[in-house]
Design a protein around this ligand. Structure first.
Ligand SMILES: [Fe+2]
Length: 245
């Protein structure tokens, strides 16, 4: 499996506290069959060259330590960007896209963001930059009132991702219900761990995949953790207009 959203990069946000915790997290990830981990620290309001250097040095340290421990996980660097007025400037920074390929970015919004704003951001990003992977989409209640809203976001180029743990109640019954509803509408592209630690908020991609399989079947669930994230990882084109139900 390929995980495109987590906070395993140590000491740079509210994720792994230190290198040891990050290595334990990666060990757990490997044990679940996760082979690729794109580190996505919060960049938020400090998206500048200094942050880039901080992320790059923390990343190189983690990569070297993971390799020394023999952890069978390939690592790469991106970030989780909070929507802000300067999003277009931020998108030009090296850590703003997966593996610096300028093809895909992980974006989050304030939870109350209206559907129209999310749609506009997606359109703007698609005109000038990378394709947006929308992080933990289940949180954005005002952008998913009806299936057509989510379908129009996807047809404008958004990729819909869920936190895997939402499907098994990690974030409470409301998130569980919404994430399952999105799967039933057949509008989900990717499951990601959003792991922050080596305990309850850790890599839970395997359990999320199993919860998804119970709703959409094993083959479709596999696409959410293998085929689709691989396109993002490798910077391959995203197929337009897939099988929307
Ligand atoms: Fe996150």
């Amino acid at each position: 499996m390929i995980d495109l959203h987590n906070h395993v990069l140590p000491g740079v946000d509210d994720g792994a506290h230190d290198l040891e915790m990050a290595l334990r997290m990666l060990d757990i990830a490997a044990g679940q069959g996760i082979t690729h981990v794109a580190c996505t620290p919060h960049a938020n309001d400090r998206a500048n060259g200094q942050t880039d250097r901080l992320f790059q040095s923390a990343f190189l340290e983690l990569q070297a330590a993971a390799s020394e421990r023999g952890l069978p996980v390939e690592l790469s660097l991106a970030s989780e960007l909070m929507l802000g007025a300067d999003i277009l400037r931020v998108l030009s920074l090296p850590f703003a896209t997966y593996r610096g390929q300028k093809k895909y970015s992980l974006i989050e919004f304030p939870v109350e963001t209206p559907f129209e704003i999310v749609l506009n951001v997606v359109k703007t990003m698609r005109r000038s930059g990378p394709r947006p992977v929308l992080a933990h989409f289940e949180r954005f209640s005002r952008a998913q009132r009806i299936a057509e809203q989510v379908r129009s976001l996807r047809s404008e180029g958004a990729i819909i991702s869920l936190d895997a743990g939402s499907l098994e109640g990690q974030f409470g019954p409301v998130m569980e219900k919404r994430s399952k509803q999105l799967l039933e509408w057949n509008v989900v592209d990717i499951l990601a761990s959003d792991a922050h630690d080596d305990a309850a908020h850790g890599f839970r991609l395997k359990a999320g995949r199993e919860a998804a399989a119970a709703i959409i079947g094993a083959e479709s669930a596999a696409r959410l953790v293998l085929d689709n994230p691989r396109r993002v990882w490798e910077g391959l084109p995203w197929p337009q207009e897939k099988d929307e139900g």
